[in-house]
Design a protein around this ligand. Sequence first.
Ligand SMILES: Nc1nc2c(ncn2[C@@H]2O[C@H](COP(=O)(O)OP(=O)(O)OP(=O)(O)O)[C@@H](O)[C@H]2O)c(=O)[nH]1
Ligand SMILES: [Mg+2]
Length: 356
Amino acid sequence: MASLEIGIVGLPNVGKTSLFNALTNAGAEVTDYAAAQSSANVGVAAVPDARLDQLAVVAGSTETIYASVQIADVSGLARGAGKNGSLGGAYLGHLRASDALVHVVRTFGDADVFHVDGRVDEVADAEAVDLELVLADLQVVERRIERATRAGRTGFKAAAASLEQLARLVAHLDDGAPARTFGEPLPDDLDLLSRKPLLYIANTSESGDAEAVAALQRYADGTPVVAVAARFEAELAEIDDPDERSAFLAEIGQVEAGMPRVARAAFQLLDLITFFTVGPKEARAWPLGRGSTALEAAGKIHSDIARGFIRAEVITTADMLACRTHAEAQRRGVMRVEGRDYVVADGDVVNVRFNV
Ligand SMILES: Nc1nc2c(ncn2[C@@H]2O[C@H](COP(=O)(O)OP(=O)(O)OP(=O)(O)O)[C@@H](O)[C@H]2O)c(=O)[nH]1
Ligand SMILES: [Mg+2]
């Protein structure tokens, strides 16, 4: 299964790697200077889901397997990087390959941490990175225009139409606006960073930085903002003992870890739904593109199951929790039998009958 990847962007030293560690528990190196690392940290973040926890209890499943998203953490994006073309190579490769971007903005203001501009200004910082992404895209579109112009000379009508659209896009990007807000359908192969779904993370101090978070929310103008104290969360992720965890959380007056919120927001950003398979061996959450069919869901589980697909038996999470077993759900008439074209709904408990 090709895994969906989320790329972390942000200015240097804002806590991207701390967030990555908190999400993935990978223990990547965190430095208090701006590390110029050329390779990326890539890891997997589990997406906690209370519905799955309950289903696992009801079914007495030995193992609980959450859905996951892949996260890539690269070094900081310097101001000017998009314009002067230094947004190159491996760095861009990772971001371009991402299906969505998480943009970390620093609101914590410890004096002991080096900050590139010697101050904390969350809105200016966010704006700077957003602009670099737009400028990098502008270069891509301009290159595309050069190519389309050459094709146009040899007389392709399609090239002329796309040239007009690309010129409108250049004007849009030139205003500093992201491709996301362009409002015209663009060719699928035009891979622009500012076109990807985006989520802001306000990396706060343990006190929460309410004012700065509110300012960032105003700037974000509808784009989701999730506030979290990344360094604290990264430390929390390393504690396995439940009592120790509770004590650590209580220290900053929190009852639960903030990372599940981030993981869920990232998951939503990818426009995924979750379906479940539940049995005594394992209860498992599967990510699936919204609008996918039962046959596609079967293919996520195993290509053989899709190939030999006969039918899907579908129970809602609520019905499954009430009935406790597939057999009881069938007896009460809440188990639906669906064909290969059934559009799977979020929270469906699915059992595929297949024949190989
Ligand atoms: N007080 C505080 N410090 C933090 C927080 N998150 C990160 N830091 C500190 O900020 C510094 C940079 O953190 P990193 O996670 O390495 O930041 P980064 O964005 O990955 O940095 P580069 O990869 O070098 O661009 C480290 O000293 C962290 O301990 C936070 O939430 N609160
Ligand atoms: Mg880092």
